[in-house]
Design a protein around this ligand. Structure first.
Ligand code: SAH
Length: 395
């Protein structure tokens, strides 16, 4: 079998079951493996350590499929992984209230480079690694067999594909697709556009946090910044909020937002959708002395890499400082960072600095994270990325 020999001492992370092997850890490659081929991993002394997928163009040269070198990476392998992930999601989700969730979360489900989100009867896949791509037909067959979903769509249009030497790919894999699917999340209806929406169509990772917000929202005015299709605001209104202001830089997502509020029967005088740059709009609001009872800040990933942490920290601080100045006494700030490179400790420090500079006194009343269908594999800490704080501003 094609094999990859590690340098002396470089087997340590594999023995701890971290699923990535970087190019610098490799001593020798035997058998000329090609993009996505399954290879046997060996220590420097030739001890077999497992099977991984070879990615010749990426710094992450190998992604491990199995730490048992006897494992065959065949249909049964993928079926079992997908089946286990599906059973787990079914144990979490009450189908009468929620029909959409992350079915496969890459390394956390033992399938590096594979993301599958379920939107009602549609599965949307991203094959983000050479290994996942090499087995995509088997994977799609197993997805259909396990879930019985007849409609499967590919959204492998993430920039990370180029690092793997793969071109972007989108299109129908099975069945048919509509560009407007109605999903159900904790009893709230939402339109999702799997073709043009962000990522696979919706930010499923915030499901629990949207629900948590509704419990605090009764009678409150809510500013939902970086609102996308209005998710947090919908839950605020469901929880009895007085008025919701959604703010996003993208016109198309706000058009969907508008439709989502009407879909749930919320009166058009209970919400507004503002299109603009949050940094600018919040500054204008501060200058106009506007105030809100609850502010949600759920910005996109400001730090795409470790190099961007400092500039990202500045962005998080600015936006949190502005939000602090817009809160009514006793108000709540729901603030998030989905940048994996910003640690929980750093994020808390940034929010503390923002509060200080805004001249406000904040306390954390609850810490939030990604929903349970995005589990954090302890052998792969990189799978933890979403950090949230609910902070209360002093009276
Ligand atoms: N909270 C949302 C997800 C937010 S995703 C939910 O629950 O579904 C981040 C959003 O920020 C995207 O919709 C993107 O269009 C928007 N965005 C990015 N940069 C922005 C900016 N400078 N100002 C306002 N919105 C921005």
């Amino acid at each position: 079998m094609k094999s990859v020999w590690l340098k002396s001492g470089k087997e340590k992370s594999i023995l701890r079951k971290h699923p990535w092997i970087f190019s610098g850890a490799i001593q020798r490659v035997d058998g000329n493996p090609e993009l996505g081929d399954d290879v046997l991993i060996k220590s420097s002394s030739g001890v077999p350590l497992g099977i991984g997928a070879y990615s010749p163009h990426s710094q992450i040269r190998i992604r491990m499929w199995s730490y048992n070198s006897e494992t065959t990476i065949d249909k049964e392998f993928f079926y079992n992984k997908i089946n286990e992930a599906y059973d787990f999601r079914n144990s979490l989700i009450d189908p009468s209230r929620t029909n959409s969730y992350r079915l496969i979360y890459s390394e956390s489900d033992g399938l590096p480079g594979l993301i599958v989100d379920k939107y009602s009867g549609l599965l949307v896949c991203q094959f983000l690694s050479a290994g996942a791509e090499a087995h995509n037909e088997l994977i799609v067959d197993c997805l259909e067999e396990v879930t019985n979903c007849k409609n499967i769509y590919e959204r492998s249009d993430s920039d990370s594909r180029s690092k793997e030497g793969l071109r972007k790919a989108t299109g129908i894999l099975k069945g048919e697709i509509s560009d407007e699917i109605e999903i159900l999340e904790n009893g709230v209806k939402l339109f999702v556009n799997p073709v043009k929406g962000h990522k696979t169509g919706f930010y499923l990772d915030q499901r629990d946090n949207r629900q948590i917000l509704s419990a605090y929202a009764k009678g409150k005015t809510v500013l939902n910044c970086f609102s996308y299709t209005g998710g947090f605001g919908l839950f605020a209104l469901q929880g009895g909020a007085k008025f919701v202001t959604n703010l996003d830089a993208s016109r198309p997502v706000l058009d969907t937002s508008e439709k989502n509020y009407l879909l749930n029967g919320f009166a058009s005088d209970s919400f507004e959708n503002i299109c603009g740059d949050a940094f600018q709009v919040l500054r204008n609001m501060r200058d106009e002395n506007k105030k809100f009872d609850i502010i949600v800040l759920d910005p996109p990933k400001f730090a795409e890499s470790a190099k961007q942490v400092i500039s990202a920290a500045r962005g998080y601080k600015d936006i949190n400082m502005l939000a602090c100045s817009l809160l009514n006494p006793g108000g709540l700030l729901f603030t998030f960072s989905c940048s994996g490179h910003i640690t929980s400790e750093l994020f808390q420090k940034i929010v503390a600095d923002a509060a200080l500079d805004a001249g406000t006194d904040l306390k954390i009343i609850r810490k939030l994270s990604q929903a349970e269908d995005h589990p954090v594999a302890l052998n792969f800490p990189e799978s933890f990325y979403l950090k949230g704080l609910i902070c209360k501003i002093n009276q």
